[in-house]
Design a protein around this ligand. Sequence first.
Ligand SMILES: [Ca+2]
Ligand SMILES: [Ca+2]
Ligand SMILES: [Ca+2]
Length: 633
Amino acid sequence: MQKHRRARVLSLVLLAAAFWVEAPTHLQPQSGAPEVIKVEPPNWWVGHSINPVRVMVRGRRLDGARVAASGTGLTVGRVRVNPTGTYLFADVIVSPSAKPGPRSLKITARGGVAEAPFEVLPPLHQDVRLQGFSPDDVIYLLMPDRFSDGDPSNDDPAKSRGLFDRQKSHYYHGGDFQGIINHLPYLKDLGVTAIWMTPIYDNSDRLATFNNEGFTSYHGYGAVDFYGVEEHFGSMETLRALVDAAHRVGLKVIQDEVANHTGPDHPWVQDPPTPTWFNGTAANHINETWQTWTLMDPHASPALQKSTLEGWFANMLPDLNQDDEECARYLIQNTLWWIGMAGFDGIRQDTLPYVPRHFWREWMTAIKRQYPHFAVVGEMWDGDPALVSFFQGGIPRFDGIDTKVDSVFDFPLCFAIRKDFAEGKSIRDLAVTLAHDYLYPNSQELVTFIGNHDLPRFMNDTGASLEGLELADTFLMTARGIPSLYYGDEIAMRGGNDPDNRRDFPGGWPNDMPNAFAAAGRSTDQQAVFEHLRRLTHLRAELEPLRQGKMINLELSDQTYVYARVTMTQAVIVAINNRPQAETVEFSVADLHLPDGSSLRDLLGAGPETIVQEGKIKLNLPARTAGVYAVKD
Ligand SMILES: [Ca+2]
Ligand SMILES: [Ca+2]
Ligand SMILES: [Ca+2]
């Protein structure tokens, strides 16, 4: 999978290179009244666990400013301004009795007075929102730009004209929040319980070119405003409408966040809020070396770890410095703001290892203090369970740090799944990978997957077939962990490296035919894969052992694998034959307490009914099939 890592690096190089910008002109000293450009956060809640909230005002001629709150219920504590007068930090205290409504911060500087608008929001209710996620969930990863266009009026917005062209793979294609809202019934029917969207921050409004090719940040990983919603996707109102509509039908929503870096077009790059806001500057920084293993290495010097923690991705993506107190505070408040504003249930955090682990501890502590049921999964891209497990929270490691991060993606298991079920290598890899579960503080909470937006699709692997994809889905949906599906894999979409793995979902655009959101629009093959996965999500919902059960391996050979998922009251047995010929497997079920004469049936319908005899089960498994066996009622 090293080639995939290289592909991702290449895609980041292209992103970064494409966005290089000229110096702005607004930094020259000017005279006159102070000016407010941006207030972050623009609002805060009564009764919040963070109080005072630190408000950062970006503007001009703010040097020497005094700040006072206009209206009741707000007071201003410590104020600091940077030497060039372009950033002001004010601690704003929200009284427990403050009445919700608009206020402002009155900024008095040498040249006059300016008003920074600020709103007091009512206390947050935790009722159906902010639920977290667990093995009871099935996550569905989608890219809003590539899933469905529900609002053609925002395809080419005035704020950022010229970034839309469905014929070009690096341009916006028009997908949006309304498109997701329109297809919530589809997702519900498929049996997923949570939607993970790639980032919805406001990204660059500029088209950039590299090697004569146009690039946009349709993928969302090039933020220019951490308090803005990308105009191609909708507004904060439509985002909230999406989250509310999802919650009404029992679907959660997971936000994709990036705390390691900004996009190259972020205004901070030319004028950082503090001298140490970034690690280095655009002109003078160190390159990212991807040596994530040094972070778990007790022998690594801080100097050796520095290029991994402080390097700029692809030598160009501005690396935020979480050791800068203001920057860390900004990032923590920003996370709590999004959760409160949109009602997200969880976060997927990008590029986890490239940020100091003590920051994650502080960040997670702040999240859980305000939202105790919330959950976070971090991206630690590596095939080595020793390294991936080092970042899951739950216990302090040798560096004294417990990251408290609930979950990490199970890349090691993903790579094994692809090798075994696409390429047809020995299925033993799966069990060997799972044998390393002792390294994780909580392996049940790992997010498992067979593909994502950074990997070529399963169906593009050498040797991939529909049978292999169905076996991979069967394993994913019945093994331990929190399964995450990648949009389009449910209809066996093809696609190579980024951006080919991010094709538009067929039928997601007005007048697109065929429409694979409807059964009638799917080919026979697409329908077979869809129905198989749908049956699995529904089995997972019905059978508690598939979600919460302990996993016990019962039989293993080069190409057959039998395991059980067991709770105090029920056992489910999964038997997989990865060989292109029929196989007979026989195994003991003594550990499962199934009495002789118990009759088991295959809930996937491929295998015959079977009876426990002398504490054993014998199964004849057709070529490249799997069965999910439960005791017949
Ligand atoms: Ca649109
Ligand atoms: Ca934008
Ligand atoms: Ca970093």
